[in-house]
Write a protein that binds this ligand. Structure first.
Ligand code: SF4
Length: 76
């Protein structure tokens, strides 16, 4: 497999923090915002279960981090 992230200043394994990959943070934020819908779809239920295991503090960190990314690019 290729590692397209090798030279990036971000770490794709980190959801939050200064080295968190924006795509990783936004992915987890998407899972949290749409958990009910994703949990009812057999193709996405596993991802929803992974998101359901996050602690309230982890959820808050992801939500805050993703909001900062969206604000930085002019999103909502
Ligand atoms: S921004 Fe994220 S997905 Fe893109 S290269 Fe960097 S670590 Fe990889």
């Amino acid at each position: 497999m290729s590692n397209y992230c090798a030279g990036c200043r971000y770490d794709p394994a980190q959801r939050t923090g200064p080295k968190a990959c924006p795509f990783t943070a936004l992915y987890w934020d998407f899972l949290l915002r749409h958990d009910a819908m994703l949990a009812n779809n057999p193709r996405t239920a596993m991802q929803a279960r992974h998101a359901a295991r996050l602690t309230p503090a982890q959820r808050r960190d992801i939500t805050d981090h993703a909001a900062r990314f969206r604000a930085a690019i002019g999103g909502t």
